[in-house]
Design a protein around this ligand. Structure first.
Ligand code: SF4
Length: 378
């Protein structure tokens, strides 16, 4: 997938592209204003040389932040009409100022709209009123910055489109868990969809589902069902190895995948504030949404139980302290419960991620042995 070509085609049809970060921006709202939001995460293609990012960010920042910075400071981002950002981790906290100064050096600038999502657990601090004000302020800011007008009817229509897209992505994952679609295809499809309009995402997901109807499971032997967790999905090379050794992803806890599409408010929409209160307060737990931290263990345990996974693979994003606050704890609790766990680490410099590959094989061997022992006992 060539991003520039994709986006140039969109621009020919008059699209105004807004690059958003981090992972869970109010896409429906931005879309309803006649803009095209794309989440700047999980960029396609091989990892880039991070020359520009490294002049502005420390090398021990996560690869997600560095790739994002590199993209915004590169010529590729000239196609964007603006940026949207909400608060997340320390790496991203000062990124607007960092990229603004990097762009200024190149005599460039991009309009940036920001909002703030309260990170205290709602049961400890009532943040609803504050958040409602932030949403209305965001709408006004978007209107003024991009010369557009908010309408409830258009917002409702955009919500319907995103509900449809998230439902299709859920169905795609169900077929992946059932062995009908490979995780490689699932992951590639979601990555491609991410950089398209929501209308195109729906078309793409429907196409893949049509081409892969239910009832034709292609399970490899041996079949070792796992839950996969992490900020970014594994590279195609790592996925190939996982599938070759028989690991089948039955539970998805990847931030750019199921954590992103896994929850959408079902309520009848009469107010964008109520919609986004529901959206953020009931979001799939993610370490980047600090107020959901207490729900994360339950979510992983339920995922393992519901999918009958034989093990969990944590893909830690190197230097992401948010993931690393939780992974050791999750690992300990799951192991106590008899769930096999392995933790792997990925980063921008890993190339073909050979070190990861050599750890996947023994993990698969261990799962296979466990499965054989269970088989003999039954
Ligand atoms: S991977 Fe972690 S440190 Fe990096 S941007 Fe995401 S939450 Fe922040």
């Amino acid at each position: 997938m060539n991003l520039t070509n994709e986006w140039q085609a969109l621009k020919k049809h008059g699209a105004r592209i807004i690059g958003c970060f981090p992972l869970y921006p109010p896409l429906e709202l931005i879309h309803s204003l006649g803009l095209t939001p794309v989440v700047l995460w999980d960029f396609p293609g091989p990892a880039k040389v991070l020359e520009k990012a490294d002049r502005h960010l420390q090398r021990f920042a996560c690869s997600v932040g560095r790739q994002l910075t590199e993209f915004i400071l590169s010529r590729e981002s000239e196609i964007l009409d603006g940026l949207f950002m909400y608060n997340a981790c320390d790496t991203l906290r000062n990124l607007p100022e960092i990229v603004a100064s990097g762009l200024a050096e190149q005599k460039r600038s991009l309009p940036l709209v920001r909002t703030h999502i309260p990170m205290a657990p709602p049961e400890q601090t009532a943040w609803e009123d504050y958040f409602r004000k932030k949403i209305w302020a965001l709408i006004r800011n978007l209107e003024e910055t991009f010369g557009v007008t908010y309408s409830l009817e258009r917002f409702q229509r955009s919500v319907e489109l995103y509900q449809q897209m998230r439902s299709l992505a859920t169905t795609l994952m169900t077929r992946t868990a059932g062995g009908i679609i490979s995780y490689r295809l699932f992951s590639r499809t979601l990555q491609e969809a991410n950089f398209r309009t929501v209308e195109e995402q729906i078309t793409l997901l429907e196409k893949i589902l049509r081409e892969n109807p239910t009832g034709r499971a292609q399970l490899n032997e041996p079949d070792l069902p796992i839950v996969l967790s992490g900020i970014l999905p594994p590279s195609p090379a790592v996925i190939r190895v996982m599938e070759n050794v028989g690991l089948r992803v039955v539970g998805n806890d990847i931030a750019s995948q199921e954590r992103a599409y896994g929850y959408t408010p079902a309520q009848k929409i009469s107010d964008p504030c109520e919609y986004y209160l529901d959206f953020y307060q009931n979001h799939v737990p993610c370490p980047t949404l600090l107020y959901l931290a207490d729900q994360r263990l339950e979510r992983i345990k339920n995922l393992v139980q519901k999918t009958e996974a034989a093990g969990v693979v944590f893909l830690g994003e190197k230097f992401c302290e948010y993931e690393y606050f939780e992974i050791p704890f999750l690992e300990k609790i799951l192991k106590k419960k008899g769930v096999a766990v392995t933790s792997l680490e990925i980063s921008a410099e890993d190339g073909d991620q050979a070190a990861i590959v050599t750890r996947i094989e023994p993990f698969a061997d261990m799962l296979r042995e466990k499965a054989q022992k269970r088989g003999k006992q039954n």
